[in-house]
Every structure is written in structure tokens, then in C-alpha cells.
Design a protein around this ligand. Structure first.
Ligand code: NAD
Length: 360
């Protein structure tokens, strides 16, 4: 049997404990240490995981406990310094989404990881969900025809962040899913929004992404919604998918619904759009925690020396889109064209997950 991969998690606030719980449960992993600047958080975590060391000093986490890998779950502004130090110390690194606060930071992290031959992965958690993988499978099989547009809504009340706006906080989930489904990088980004509660930090944003062949996606993100909404519509020329992540069993519905324009008509009386209403199909989706699949994938990539599905390059792509959205926001929604740089436009063949299929 291979030696377990020794992992440490930095940042034990809201999300870090979920990572700690999942890494603790993996068979080929030894979650050895947790790090947080906040002593009270550490004490709480030590109460839950008495066998895992708790440290406030990140330097000690890197050099004093014998780690192979570090997981960064601190606020976004800390991602770059923490991940850079981890990579320079020779640790494989998983960074929570979004990868960093700027594309320049992402590029530097990718360079260090590549020069040292280390795994650099980003926590685009939804790409590890069985529902999103099923959607990608349906789209790739051509079952819904050509995608016309995608509309995504991720809304709830709070949690208000201090260092990033709602687009940087919530939209990474939608953007990562959309890029994965379309297998394409957008040509342009528009974003409008407003800061209603904290000055300078938008709590409601609308992003639109324009792709080739007039395809586009809209993403609505909000911390000012009384209901929690996690919905995405993928409208194809033959069928449409509605994905509701809040549904426990029936997350995906495939509507055999379409609308067609008659190819030819002579009079207005003859002119009718043709609406097709067919069956609604609900595929079986195995219940599985996406974060567990993500953590397992990180360990597998380290063991096998393979590139993660959500690599540093994928993290960079996403941050470039968020940066463009921030620029557009300042210009009241004006389109920001994305230049076709090597890393971001050649999405390349999709990496595959080396894990158990999540659905039958
Ligand atoms: N993948 C997902 O679905 C998902 C969900 C929620 C949050 N996140 C991401 O997780 C990250 C953390 O978010 P959160 O909501 O848990 O934040 P949080 O503010 O609740 O917790 C962050 C913790 O990091 C600690 N910290 C800050 N700087 C540190 C440092 N230099 N060294 C050690 N500890 C430090 C803080 O004391 C705090 O306990 C963010 O990047 C966020 O975007 C991802």
C-alpha cells in the first residue's frame, strides 16, 4: 500500500472545516494539521478533531509537521501569499475558489508549481458534483442539440464578504460550470451591479458572457435575496435542461421542449412559430458530496502525478473573467473583450476524473 498523503489545511472559518472533515475521511490521506490565526476557531476545531494538530503559525505548518500538501481556505486576499509560500516550500497546493485576487497572482502560482513539478488545484467544487457531470455528459452526447444560451441564478441573503464583491464570491461556481459545459472561453464580459449595504462592495451583480456563434450566458448573483436560489437553465435547440441544485433527488430536469421558426411563409396568417412540448425526463443522480470527490481528486493527482480537472490554468481562466467583470462594472456594464492568450483560450481536451463514476 502507498504511504498516505500528509495534508494540512490553512483557514478554519466557515469553509475550512468542510475540507478538514472530508480529508479526514479519505483512506489514502493523513490530515495532520490545521492552521488558523484565530485561537478560538482552532480550539473549536481541536475539540472536533483531537488527533489533528492545531497551529497558528503558518510557517510551522509548512516546515514543522511533515506535510506533502497544503489546502488554502482563507479569505481570497490571502490565497496568493499562502499558496506561494506553500509551493515554494515544495507542497502540492489546493486553493479555494477564486484562485487569487488577480490574474497576475494566478500566473505566478502556476509558474512556481510548474517549475517545481507540484500539483496546483483550485476548488471549483461544482465540477465534482454528479449533477454537473451528468449535464456535461448530456450536452456532449448532443442530446439537447446546440446550446443557445445558459442562464444561472445564485441568490441568497448574505453571507456579506468584506474583501470581495458578490460576483467574486458566488459567480465562480456558475462560471466554472458554464465554461465546463460549453468547453469554450468567452469573447467578452459585461457586468452591472450595485453596492447597497457595504460601500464599494457590490451585493448584487449581473454578468453576461458572450461566446462564439452568438451564444451567451447570464449570471445573476445576489446577497440580497430572501430566498436561496441555485438554478441554471441550459437552452438547447432540441431540448432544455433545468438544474436546481437545491433539489435533493431531482436536481436535473430535461424538457423535450423547443421552438422553431417556419423556414418559409407567404402571409402573416401562415406564420406560426412551432412550439414543441414533450416529456420531462429526470435522470437519476447518485447522492454524493462534491467536496469529497474534489478532495479525493486532489489526493489522486498527487499520487499519480496527473493534472487536476480544476488546474491552476482553470483557476486563471476564471479569475480573468472576474477581472473583466470588475472592469465592466466600473464602466457601467460596457463590454470588456478578453484577449486570446495561450493559457486561457486553448481550453484543450477536458481532463477526466480518475474516480468512481458518480452516476449509473
Ligand atoms: N468551494 C466552495 O463551495 C466554497 C464555499 C465557501 C467558501 N469558499 C472559499 O473558502 C475560502 C474561505 O472562505 P470562508 O467563508 O471560510 O472565510 P472565513 O472568513 O469564514 O474563514 C477564513 C478563516 O481563515 C483564517 N485566516 C485568515 N488569514 C489567515 C492566515 N494568514 N493564516 C491562517 N488563517 C487565516 C481566519 O481566521 C478565518 O478563520 C474563500 O476563498 C471562499 O471563497 C469556497
Amino acid at each position: 500500500m502507498q504511504k498516505p498523503i500528509v495534508v494540512g489545511v490553512v483557514g478554519c472559518g466557515y469553509w475550512g472545516p468542510n475540507l478538514v472533515r472530508n480529508f479526514t475521511g479519505l483512506p489514502n490521506c493523513n490530515l495532520r494539521a490545521m492552521c488558523d490565526l484565530n485561537e478560538a476557531r482552532l480550539k473549536h476545531m481541536r475539540g472536533l478533531y483531537p488527533n489533528v494538530e492545531g497551529v497558528t503559525d503558518f510557517g510551522h505548518l509548512l516546515n514543522g509537521v511533515g506535510l506533502d500538501a497544503v489546502v488554502v481556505a482563507a479569505p481570497v486576499k490571502h490565497h496568493f501569499p499562502l499558496a506561494k509560500a506553500a509551493l515554494l516550500a515544495g507542497k502540492h497546493t489546493l486553493i479555494e475558489k477564486p484562485m487569487a485576487a488577480s490574474s497576475a497572482e494566478c500566473e505566478e502560482l502556476i509558474e512556481i508549481a510548474e517549475s517545481k513539478g507540484l500539483v496546483l488545484m483550485v476548488g471549483h467544487t461544482f465540477l465534482y458534483s454528479a449533477a454537473v457531470r451528468k449535464i456535461a455528459e448530456i450536452v456532449q452526447a448532443g442530446d439537447i442539440g446546440e446550446i443557445r444560451y445558459i442562464n444561472s441564478r445564485r441568490l441568497n441573503l448574505g453571507l456579506f464578504q468584506k474583501d470581495i464583491n458578490v460576483a467574486w464570491d458566488l459567480a465562480p461556481h456558475d462560471i466554472s460550470i458554464i465554461l465546463h459545459i460549453l468547453e469554450e472561453f468567452p469573447l467578452a464580459v459585461n457586468c452591472q451591479g450595485n453596492a447597497h449595504v457595504t460601500p464599494g462592495i457590490e451585493d448584487v451583480t449581473n454578468i453576461s458572457l458572450s461566446f462564439r456563434h452568438k451564444r451567451f450566458a447570464t449570471i445573476q448573483s445576489s446577497w440580497l435575496e430572501p430566498r436561496k436560489v441555485r438554478e441554471m437553465t441550459i437552452a438547447g435547440t432540441r431540448r432544455m435542461i433545468v438544474y436546481d441544485d437545491l433539489e435533493t433527488h431531482e436536481k436535473i430536469r430535461i424538457y423535450d421542449t423547443r421552438v422553431e421558426r417556419p423556414p418559409h411563409h407567404d402571409t402573416f396568417a401562415e406564420f406560426h412559430y412551432s412550439y414543441h412540448y414533450g416529456d420531462i425526463y429526470i435522470p437519476y443522480i447518485k447522492q454524493e458530496e462534491p467536496l469529497k470527490a474534489e478532495c479525493q481528486h486532489f489526493i489522486d493527482c498527487i499520487e499519480k502525478g496527473t493534472k487536476p480537472l480544476t488546474s491552476g490554468h482553470k483557476g486563471l481562466e476564471l479569475v480573468r473573467i472576474l477581472e473583466a467583470a470588475s472592469t465592466s462594472l466600473k464602466e457601467n456594464g460596457a463590454p470588456v473583450t478578453l484577449t486570446r492568450s495561450r493559457e486561457v483560450t486553448q481550453l484543450g481536451p477536458r481532463s477526466t476524473l480518475s474516480m468512481q463514476p458518480a452516476f449509473a
